[in-house]
Design a protein around this ligand. Structure first.
Ligand code: C2E
Ligand code: MG
Ligand code: MG
Length: 770
């Protein structure tokens, strides 16, 4: 059968892709092959059996025919002997009385119901033969009789007889009585009936047979397309020169035809069997593959992240496989949930992280229809670094966890995230409270004193707020704006909050631009130093100059250090800038008189940088400036974060031989204890106290008095900053201040002016004298 073209490849593809199709095909083919072998075996067996049966039947039949012939010859012989011995008959023969001979033969023939009963005389005369007998035939018969042949097949013309002869003696042989029965079709049919199968017996002259046929064995012959088994066996013959044989034959093809229905039946059973085997193996394969298909489908789903279980409850290997698959799917699901959780949450506090916050904001912004406003609050802990450095990281971590808990309680149905370090974010819905009110409460909640790891901590926070939608339509913009607001809040002083304003954005841009410009400033030589003199009141002379940094911006002109130093500190640029200042200051001061020092401001960021002492050493050795002519100005803020480390660094700097001054004393976290902890060479009293001298009710005067008293006791000099008039100078001198710095004496000046000032006569300082 030829299948339509597209069907065959589809069928092949199906077999290749389907296990049940494969199994079905395999078992059907196996069964068909087995069936085919059985059929072939049966066919060969039947063929051999039939042949064997025919052969043995032929052998048996040949023997039966032989016996029957012998019996017939005996009967004929007996009868002929009786007649030959009869006296009357012998007399008739002796006297040649033909009528008597004829009637005797005839009466006996009819009595015994014979076909032939005749007499052959020694002279060859034949009496009583029924039919035509030629002289030649009579002579041949006589010759056979004379040779003693008295039994056998006698062939006369086309006729043949079973014949027996007896000699008539008087006392010599005078003739023979021959009795015979014709071997005609009727006789042959009677003989044929003696065997169970039709052997078509025929008596043929041996000369008409082939040598193989004459061998006596049954041989196979192809006769007109049918397979025949042929067997010839010799039989007694009257005539010596013409032996006769009994030929038996039977068609094997015909014999096999009898078995054909059986083979057809077998074939039919085989086909039904193949069909049943196919159907059975298909059902079995389906049973086997159904759970496998279910597993495959489940695996496909699992690949897509859908971890559904397979419902396979069999107790066999596939059931076990399904059970382990289900366990595996469970494990993968759990692990994935864990990984997802880890990817979206902070490990320490368990709060959402920055990624999840962004996602939350994205969803919140995308959701419309809510009329409740939402705001993003950014906050960080004031002084968290101090807690970490002074009380250790475990305490710092505990404080973060405590804060996370407070924020979660505070947020209610809002969202809380930790952004890293000490930074947190909240997304809150506006309720009966305004965002202002919430910010207030948030600061209060975070700032509540707590006991962490046995330490009492009063955390503080600043908050920056951006409103969803108003202050940003995407999470990134919102986060940046909340951060800007937080930056501003911190800038305004700790513990406050600020809403984002568009101006902050502009300011941030400006800051960013300035940051970029500051990078170029060092390389392009836009930085320079101005020097402001410090006047020694007792000696009435300039004892030192403070180096003050100036930035000559190409478009903005002169930028104040107040504006760019914090930026340089935030970005870390203060380190290379500060290095430049120290080198430049040392190089410049080298050309000043030996008793004039140079003071350089050192930022806290610069101070904490481990390379500072190397930079100072290099600057000193390059310029050749003696260390005691260099004065470093540091601020009190250094002591807040890590007082021990600060002290250690100060001592190692002092070991270089440089002087150390405490700048802006009295602002921020002033503590007189620092003064005892480290022997500063100089204290610089902050300008704010000097301003207060004239408008404050005397408290500033008292403070200055106590500072100068303490400084004197500790062997430190004092310098008043920002002295602008003689009244201030008078009070300061009165309160024991040893040095002054300020516009009243001189504004910051260039190096050229420094030289000019140093060469003026001391008389010019008369207004500064007491
Ligand atoms: P500072 O160290 O306290 O410097 C004194 C500041 O007060 C200078 O401002 C000076 O010009 C100003 N000043 C002096 N006398 C008077 C006065 O009579 N009236 C008024 N109104 N101001 C007076 P400047 O140069 O703007 O520097 C400001 C601050 O910038 C400095 O304060 C210092 O903290 C920082 N700074 C300046 N140069 C450097 C530097 O090279 N490195 C570092 N790290 N900081 C520097
Ligand atoms: Mg200073
Ligand atoms: Mg100062």
């Amino acid at each position: 059968m030829r299948l339509p073209r597209p069907l065959l490849p589809r069928l092949l593809a199906l077999v290749r892709a389907s296990l049940s199709a494969k199994l079905t095909l395999f078992y059907s083919a196996l069964f068909a092959v087995a069936m085919g072998l059985i059929l072939m075996g049966a066919n060969a067996g039947i063929s051999r059996y039939a042949e064997h049966m025919i052969r043995s039947e032929m052998t048996a039949s040949a023997k039966v025919f032989d016996r029957v012939a012998a019996m017939r010859y005996a009967q004929l012989g007996d009868a002929s002997t009786v007649l030959a011995a009869d006296f009357g008959f012998r007399s008739a023969v002796a006297t040649d009385d033909a009528p008597t001979i004829g009637s005797a033969l005839e009466s006996l023939r009819s009595r015994l119901n014979l076909d032939q009963a005749f007499f052959v005389g020694v002279d060859g005369a034949v009496v009583g033969y029924r039919g035509a007998l030629s002289t030649n035939e009579a002579d041949e018969l006589l010759a056979a009789l004379e040779n003693g042949r008295t039994r056998g097949v006698l062939r006369i013309g086309a006729r043949q007889f079973n014949a027996a002869a007896s000699a008539v003696k008087a006392p010599v042989t005078i003739g023979w009585v021959v009795f015979g029965n014709e071997l005609d079709a009727g006789e042959m049919a009677r003989l044929a009936k003696l065997s169970s199968i039709d052997l078509a017996p025929r008596i043929v002259p041996a000369a008409t047979l082939t040598a193989a046929q004459r061998s006596g064995n049954a041989i196979e012959q192809d006769v007109g397309g049918t397979r025949m088994l042929v067997q010839a066996s010799p039989i007694a013959s009257f005539r010596a020169g013409e032996p006769q044989m009994l030929l038996l034959q039977h068609s094997v093809t015909r014999a096999l035809a009898d078995y054909r229905p059986m083979l057809w039946l077998l074939l039919g059973c085989g086909i039904v069997g193949v069909g049943l085997a196919g159907a059975g193996s298909f059902l079995l394969a389906r049973r086997i593959t159904r759970p496998i298909i279910a597993l495959k489908a489940a695996a496909k789903l699992a690949a897509k992240g859908d971890y559904t279980q397979v419902d396979v409850t069999t107790r066999d290997e596939i059931g076990a496989l399904a059970a382990s698959f289900n366990r595996m799917v469970d494990d993968i699901g759990a692990r994935e949930r864990q990984i997802t959780h880890m990817a979206l949450h902070d490990g320490l506090t368990g709060l959402a992280n920055r990624v999840l916050l962004r996602e939350y904001l994205g969803n919140a912004l995308a959701r419309d229809g809510t009329n409740r406003r939402q705001a993003l609050f950014y906050l960080d802990l004031d002084q968290f670094k101090v807690v970490n450095d002074t009380l250790g990281h475990p305490t710092g971590d505990a404080l973060l966890c405590d804060t996370a808990r407070r924020l979660t309680d505070f947020a209610g149905d809002g969202f809380v995230a930790r952004l890293g370090g000490d930074e947190f974010a909240l997304v809150l819905f506006e309720d009966h409270r305004t965002f202002d009110r919430m910010a207030h409460e948030l600061i209060r909640v975070v700032a509540e004193p707590c006991i962490v790891n046995g330490h009492r901590i009063v955390p503080g926070t600043s908050v920056g707020i951006a409103i969803l939608g108003d202050d940003g339509s995407d999470p990134v913009m919102l986060a940046r704006n909340a951060d800007l607001a937080l930056y501003r809040a911190k800038h305004d002083g700790r513990g406050g909050y600020r809403f984002f304003e568009a101006a902050m954005d502009a300011e941030a841009r400006k800051r960013r631009q300035m940051e970029l410009d500051l990078h170029d400033a060092i390389a392009e030589g836009q930085l320079s130093l101005m020097f402001q003199p410090l006047f020694d009141l007792a000696e009435t002379r300039v004892s030192a100059f403070e180096a003050l940094l100036r930035w000559n911006h190409p478009t903005r002109g002169l930028v104040s250090p107040v504006d760019f130093i914090p930026l340089a500190e935030d970005t870390g640029l203060i380190v290379p800038i500060g290095e430049w200042v120290i080198r430049e200051a040392c190089r410049t001061a080298r050309n000043w008189p030996d008793d004039v020092r140079i003071a350089v401001n050192v930022s806290p960021v610069q101070f904490r940088n481990p390379g500072l002492s190397t930079v100072i050493l290099q600057a000193l050795s390059e310029s050749g400036l003696p260390p005691q002519r260099l004065e470093l100005e540091i601020t009190e803020s250094l002591f807040i974060d890590n007082p021990e480390a600060t002290l250690a660094s100060l001592h190692s700097l002092r070991a270089l031989g440089v002087r150390v001054a405490l700048d802006d004393f009295g602002t921020g976290y002033s503590s007189l204890s620092y003064l005892r902890a480290f022997p500063f060479d100089k204290i610089k009293i902050d300008r704010s106290f000097i301003i207060d001298l004239l408008n404050g009710g005397g408290s500033a005067t008292a403070i200055i008095k106590s500072i100068t008293t303490l400084a004197e006791a500790l062997g430190m000099e004092t310098t008043a900053e920002g002295v602008e008039n003689s009244d201030q100078l008078d009070i300061l001198r009165e309160q024991g201040c040893s040095h002054i710095q300020g516009y009243y004496f001189s504004k910051p000046i260039s190096n050229t002016e420094v030289h000019r000032m140093l060469h003026t006569s001391q008389d010019d300082f008369t207004r500064l004298r007491a």
